[in-house]
Design a protein around this ligand. Structure first.
Ligand SMILES: Cc1cc2nc3c(=O)[nH]c(=O)nc-3n(C[C@H](O)[C@H](O)[C@H](O)COP(=O)(O)OP(=O)(O)OC[C@H]3O[C@@H](n4cnc5c(N)ncnc54)[C@H](O)[C@@H]3O)c2cc1C
Length: 286
């Protein structure tokens, strides 16, 4: 039996972390409690973040949106600002697990778990998410791409927590896309996934592209060469096809029980071709 503490404020949380420095934090528990049950982790005590009000909610702050790390995935999915401005994130949330998992799981948990298959991560990379890390001594801000350093590895020191996620509101991208390929249509871990933000001119030329792939490397994969290859060209099958070899070169997938590396590499490249579906103007506007 382990002690489980349920602080109601950050102040209470800092006191608990001082006294129980080896305790494990959790929010929804959909990742951590599974690991405990499987005997993969054995912390002496648990601290639950679920009731810390300062870590929850979505706040509209002038040119930024702040998302509390302990905000559940279902709350985020239903949030009007996320629906209006950050469709790429909403699309990632829609295919994450099942309604019960989204009801319990949090965005902070998805980030700190740092699974290469995490469904919010490609969207947060293309949106340039900044993370607010807090401890009793203060706070720091770090870009998500610098925070996640490997599968399950993040730059979080003892006594620190992920408090929130900051997204810039002024994003000019009209096309928001996320697709994951899994072994089933729902409740499947991604074999490969891709998030994309595109701006396309009235004449159909790609003016700006942000692309990120999940499940095809130790962390989310960014491919500047592929972005540059499709920028300045019509959003067509022909120009997207030219970027495929660049994606295949950038990714470094592994073999596992879900798929082998060669298949993942091929799928990562082919996911680009989906973007041609937006060429006729069927885009998801912000
Ligand atoms: C059946 C099932 C299906 C799933 N399907 C998917 C899926 O399709 N796609 C997907 O991406 N994920 C999936 N998951 C994984 C999981 O639901 C998500 O990663 C979820 O977002 C985790 O959030 P949580 O709050 O439950 O994390 P927790 O289990 O509470 O925590 C996970 C880790 O993050 C740490 N942590 C949590 N919050 C903080 C914080 N604020 N500061 C510091 N550390 C923190 C914890 O210490 C722990 O190490 C699935 C899980 C299950 C059980």
């Amino acid at each position: 039996m382990r002690d489980v503490s349920l602080p109601r404020s950050l102040e209470e949380l800092w006191g608990l972390l001082d006294r129980e420095s080896a305790a494990a934090l959790y929010a929804g528990g959909t990742d951590l409690l599974v690991k405990l049950r499987a005997g993969l982790e054995d912390p002496p005590a648990l601290i639950c973040l679920e009731r810390v009000g300062e870590l929850k909610g979505v706040q509209d702050e002038l040119d930024e949106v702040w998302i509390g790390a302990a905000t559940t995935l279902s709350t985020l999915m239903e949030d009007p600002i996320i629906q209006r401005r950050f469709q790429v994130l909403r699309k990632g949330l829609e295919v994450l697990g099942s309604p019960p998992v989204r009801h319990m799981g949090t965005i902070g948990g998805n980030i700190v778990t740092a699974s290469p298959a995490g469904d919010t991560l490609p969207a947060l990379y293309v949106l340039g998410a900044q993370l607010e890390i807090r401890s009793k001594d203060g706070s720091r801000v770090v870009a998500i791409r610098d925070f996640i350093v490997g599968p399950g590895q993040v730059l979080l020191n003892r006594g620190e927590i992920l408090a929130g996620i900051r997204l810039r509101k002024v994003q000019s991208y009209a096309i928001h896309h996320y697709e994951k390929v899994g072994r089933r249509k729902s409740q499947a871990c991604a074999i490969a996934s891709m998030a994309a933000l595109l701006t396309v001119s009235d004449s159909g030329v790609v003016e700006a592209a942000r692309l990120a792939w999940g499940s095809v490397g130790p962390t989310v994969v960014i491919c500047r060469e592929a972005e540059a290859a499709i920028e300045g060209k019509p959003l067509s099958m022909e120009s997207l096809k030219l970027a495929i070899p660049l994606v295949e070169k950038a990714v470094s997938p592994i073999d596992d029980i879900r798929a082998d590396a060669a298949y993942r590499r091929t799928v990562a490249g082919l996911l680009l071709l989906r973007l041609s579906e937006y060429s006729a103007g069927t885009c998801s506007a912000q």
